[in-house]
Every structure is written in structure tokens, then in C-alpha cells.
Design a protein around this ligand. Sequence first.
Ligand code: GKR
Ligand code: MG
Length: 433
Amino acid sequence: MRIKSFTTYPLAVADPPLRSSYGRHAPYALRTALVLETTDGITGIAEAHGGDGPLAALEAIKPMVLGMDPFQLTRLWDQTADPSGAGDRSQTWFVPGENPRDARTRSYAAVEAACLDLIGKAVNRPVCDLLGGRARDAAPFSAYLFYKHAGGGGLGDDARDDEYGECLTPASMVAQTHRMMDLYGFKEIKLKGGVLPPEDEIETMRLLRAEFGPTVPLRIDPNCAWSVETSVMIGLALKDELSGGGYFEDPTAGMDGMAEVRRRLLAAGVDTPLASNVAVTALEHIVPAWETGASQVILSDPHYWGGIRAVQRMSMLCDSLGLGVSMHSNNHLGLSLMIMAHTCCASPAMQFACDTHYPWQTEQDEIIEGGRVRFVDGAVPIPDKPGLGVSLDMDQVHRLGERYRSLTYRKRDDEAEMRLHVDPNWKRILPRW
Ligand code: GKR
Ligand code: MG
């Protein structure tokens, strides 16, 4: 069995005007679908980061993939290695998917997922069962809350309904949470912070705890918007709200800043775990994060950490060091959701519910056949089907491709959206508070 074709499909997916310290989401998020076909006529599919940069990086490894035996993934990893090293893959300054230093791990990950999908189809087993067997049959996800402006995403005739409405106050965040929890059955909550002044975000977290109680773990992630001082102040203020299975994610930038926050919180008797998908984005960051105390929970991601098997390796390393493991997300469709679900089920140490942006996308933009993936009690069950368990609706893929080609932008730029709609002088400033 050899790979005889490699086809990429750029996609534009309607996305509401969500806010974070990066700025404001554009009306369409960018993704890429990859389809591999073997000489035996088996297809393997994957979803990856989008935009012209990640697309070109993926196309660049096509010559190495064509003619390849899909079982030889280890060799492909070596072949795609970047001789310049590029060890420092901190994402502090880049919106995820736009860090050129992740090009290798991102592109390899897409090919690996598509190869595992087609191998699963060849041997008639789900992907997570190919990787040593599953630790769980369904992958739990968390309610991923965002402050947002009014609007459901898309433009003009292609605009989506604004399912969650404007949410720029603590009280409206409670309403957003109720809706998302009711629709999906999530059991854990993550708030994307770094948007409103710290006192308003503290109030939001307090309202959430009062409303949902201590059995629903809470996390807050301001994407490094706070100084060490502010992070410590907020860590102290939210001591109770972040207890009981929650965590404090990337309050400040960099390994040193995170380690200092940890030291000061511990000295004040607060041992809330710090989590990161910014200071820690590669295997080589894990030991320093453990030694310095910069992170007690590491957020994996099968899209940019280097694939599903890389996440298995990183979660084993974390587990042996006594670190917790969770999973990061960016805007994505059902195909990525399935890659994330198989990854979670094949990684025993993943003890936190994974992040997902999936509730922010709609049926109209789904590219998998049969429509959106269904959640059961906040989790995605592994289907009793081979490979990733889903197939592509090519009409939808082409429709999202036409939309991609009609856009004036080809990369995620949340600052540009802020300047356009909110403040003509807006810049991402770290720390802002
Ligand atoms: O979608 O704006 C967003 C998020 O901020 C995303 O880009 C982050 O990568 O969710 C992410 C995170 O946990 O940092
Ligand atoms: Mg994060």
C-alpha cells in the first residue's frame, strides 16, 4: 500500500466575533482539509490549521508523502525535521496556527492523522485502537466560554444566527454558560479571559462558581494578558473558584513569569495548578516547566504538538513527572474534533476535559457527512467505525473552499479585526493589565 494522491482543501468557516487578548475573531476562521489516497483505493482524511501559510507548509511536504508507505510515519517525521532546529516554539506572540516555528509539527500531524485514518480503514479498527488501545470510550470536553460582540459570524447573505448573543458583562457570561451546558452537557468550564478589566473577570468567575457550584471545575485563560503582579492578585482572588479540579491557564507570558507567579502563590498558601499552552508547546519545554514550577498542567494539541502519537508521548512524560495533561483547541470542524477525541481516548493521562471551539461553529459549515458530531453528556464517543469514524462531505468542502477564495484575508489577524470594529489604534499589549 502506497500513497498515490495528496490533496489539500482550504476552508473558510463562519465564526462569531469572539474576543481574547489576541483581539477579535474575523467573520471566518481558516482551516485546511487533507485527503490522501492509497494505491489500494483507501482514503485517509485530516483537518489542520488554515490560511495560506500553513497550507503552503503542508503542500511543501507533499513530495515526501507521495509514494510513501503510510505505515512508515516514523521515517516521515525524520524526513520532515527542520535542520535549523527551531526548538523554541513558544506561541506567546503568535495567534495559534500562525507560528512559522510550528510548520513542521503542524504539517506532519495532518499527514499522520490521515495515515492513521486510512490504516484504520485498512485493518477495520478505530484510530485510538491502533495506538495501543483506548483508555476511555468517549472524550470529555469542557464548555469553552468567550466574551463576544453581537453577531454569529459570516458576512452578508452568509451571516449565521447569533446563537449566544453579545456577551461583554459578567451576567451575560452566566447566560452563555447555561446555554452551552444545556446544549452539550459539559461538566467542566473554561473562560477565555484577558478581555475585560481584571475585576470584571474576577466577578465573572465568582458568578459562575455561585451559579454552577463547586462540582463543576472552572479554569480561566487570559492568554498572557496579565503582569506577574496582576496574575498573583487574581490567583489569590480566585483561590476558591479555581479549586476542585480547575486551573489557572497562562495568566502571564513566558516560563520565568509563570514560575514567579507559582512561587508567589505558593508562598501565600495557594496551590492552584498553573496550566499552559503558551510557555510550554514542545516536548523540550516540559522538564523546564516542571523544574521551575512554571506549569503543573500541560495543554497538548494533536495539531501542532506533532500529531496524535506525539501527544501520547508527551502525556506519558507529564504523567511520569506528576504533571497534569489537558488539551488546547482552536476553531475547528468535526474532523478535527474526531482527531482530538481519538487522541484523548488513546492518552490515559488526559484527566481534564479537553477544550473545544466546536459550539461556536454551525451545521451550515460542517464538512463531515451526516452533519455535526453529537455529544453525549459533554463527551464525544468513539464511533464503532474504522479510522477516525467520519467521512468528508465533498460538496461542503467545495463550498467552504469557494468562500475561502472569496475572502480578502488569508491569515488569522485578530488585531486587524479589533482595529476595524472596536478601536482604530488597538494593539495586542502584553501585559495589558
Ligand atoms: O480562539 O481566541 C481564541 C483562543 O484564544 C485560541 O486562539 C487559543 O489558542 O484557545 C486558545 C488557548 O487556549 O490559548
Ligand atoms: Mg490557552
